[in-house]
Design a protein around this ligand. Structure first.
Ligand code: NDP
Ligand code: HSE
Length: 428
């Protein structure tokens, strides 16, 4: 007769309550699939008296997550509180030290402290699982570390933040203001406790950091990522991009270049008719390219109670079945320190600027681009009031360095009324 697998859950918010519901609703199914009863023995949150819409009777309560993580009747510590440091990190360390396996949805903690935690877990013979941390309900960690283990991975890219994709989609499709779209995303449970993590691109950057570590066998290197959020994307850019056949997405790309590992998370234009361009709302998409498999595209809900709890439970089931893998797909001490390479590979760029309506203004801009070796692919000038002319330019492929030189030179002219917006164009 097998023993039950006993969970201690710290955090009873969107994700934690989703986990409680699945454990209750699917008790028989979970046992049939894993051969063990999966039960919750203890829980923790900040406010014991909060109505969480689900009865919490029958579970022992701990005010302190560390006390929860180290209880004798807990086999797996489920950390779904969040936070890079503080209680999440301390309790995870305590759980590993006490001989518990850990399941977490916390990409912020792992992107920053993942290497140290992975080393601690391995030294203790425990596992850390975090499927929910990247792309919500999409089993992308499993795909990369297990299903694609026979490939040399060449590129990982994707849209991995539901909040940003929701905001951009709703602004474009429903004509909502940024604030209105943000409020809707919040209501759906997508938004982080600190929303700047979402709109600043940091949350998506954390996720890409974790994928990159698995894909390229490197230590998680969040500080090596070029990062830009969606705060500067305006409705004008969304409309202008659409006019040129593109949509704007907060897109992450990690790839090996001749000079090292390029990791970037930034708003990009993607063709409107591409799989990434057709992505709507809180949906995430991850594209993985490997030498043998060529390309796979994974798509699904990237946030919210059900999808995230689904991913947590997938990890719990693996532990119940006895599957034990290193945190980043290979032993932590074998992960290399990544050599950082900033935007090495050339790409076309979208430029939007307002030019003063005077003779030679456009010629000056074209000359600056030409002097930087940048060729214009397409150009459009919109109706205006006779003072400032909105101009769009799509360049042929160029390096980011050449573009930065050109943008700096434009700033010194007397023909620009507002600083140009420059966004990379990515083709799948
Ligand atoms: P919520 O804000 O909804 O819930 C957080 C929970 O943690 C609350 O129950 C809170 O208690 C509890 N908590 C916070 N601090 C402490 C503490 N010091 N001690 C004990 N309990 C504490 O967050 P989410 O459920 O949305 O997110 C949880 C984690 O999952 C985060 O790491 C997040 O990044 C990640 N995640 C979230 C997704 C989502 O769609 N929401 C998707 C993927 C990952 P109380 O309720 O009493 O205030
Ligand atoms: N805030 C995150 C998002 C939650 O919007 O994608 C899922 O990780």
């Amino acid at each position: 007769m097998t023993t039950p697998l006993r969970l201690g859950i710290a955090g009873l918010g969107t994700v934690g309550i989703g986990v409680v519901k699945i454990v209750r609703q699917h008790a028989a199914l979970l046992k049939a699939r894993t051969g063990r009863d999966i039960v919750i023995t203890a829980i923790s949150a900040r406010n014991r008296d909060k109505d969480r819409g689900v009865s919490m009777s029958g579970y022992a309560w701990e005010d302190d997550p560390v006390a929860l993580a180290t209880r004798d009747d807990v086999d797996v510590y489920v950390e779904v509180m969040g936070g890079t440091d503080g209680p999440a990190k301390v309790s995870t360390q305590a759980a590993l030290a006490a001989g518990k396996d850990v399941v977490t949805a916390n990409k912020a903690m792992l992107a920053i402290h993942g290497q140290a935690l992975a080393e601690q877990a391995e030294a203790a013979g425990r596992v850390i699982r975090y499927e929910a941390a990247v792309a919500g309900g999409i089993p992308v960690i499993k795909a990369l570390s297990e299903g694609l283990a026979g490939n040399e991975i060449t590129r990982v890219m994707g849209v991995m933040n539901g909040t940003c994709n929701y905001i951009l989609t709703r602004m474009e499709k429903a004509g909502l203001s940024y604030q209105e779209a943000f409020a809707e995303a919040d209501g759906l449970g997508y938004v982080e406790a600190d929303p700047t993590l979402d709109v600043g691109g940091i949350d998506a950057g954390h996720k890409l950091t974790l994928l990159s570590a698995i894909a390229f066998g490197t230590k998680p290197d969040f500080d090596g990522m070029e990062l830009e959020g969606i705060e500067r994307v305006s409705i004008d850019d969304i409309r202008a991009a659409a006019d040129m056949g593109y949509r704007i997405k907060l897109l992450g790309v990690a790839q090996r270049t001749g000079r090292g590992l390029e990791q970037r998370m930034q708003p990009c234009l993607v063709p409107a008719n591409s799989p990434l361009g057709q992505l709507e709302g809180g949906t995430n998409m991850v594209v993985i390219e490997g030498d043998a498999v060529e390309q796979i595209v994974l798509r699904g809900p990237g946030a919210g109670e059900g999808p995230t709890a689904s991913a947590v439970m997938g990890d719990v089931c693996d532990i119940a079945r006895g599957l034990r893998l290193p945190t980043f797909g290979q032993p932590a001490h074998t992960l290399e320190t990544a050599t950082r390479a900033r935007s090495q590979l050339p790409a076309p760029f979208y430029l939007r600027m307002e030019l003063m309506d005077k003779p030679g203004a456009l010629a000056k801009i074209a000359t600056i681009l030409g002097n930087s070796g940048i060729s214009i692919d397409r150009m459009r000038q919109y109706d205006h009031d006779g003072t400032n002319a909105p101009v769009l330019i799509v360049t042929h492929k160029t390096s980011r360095a050449a573009l930065d030189d050109a943008l700096a030179a434009m700033e010194t002219t007397d023909v620009i009324s507002t600083a140009p917006v420059a966004l990379r164009i990515e083709h799948l």
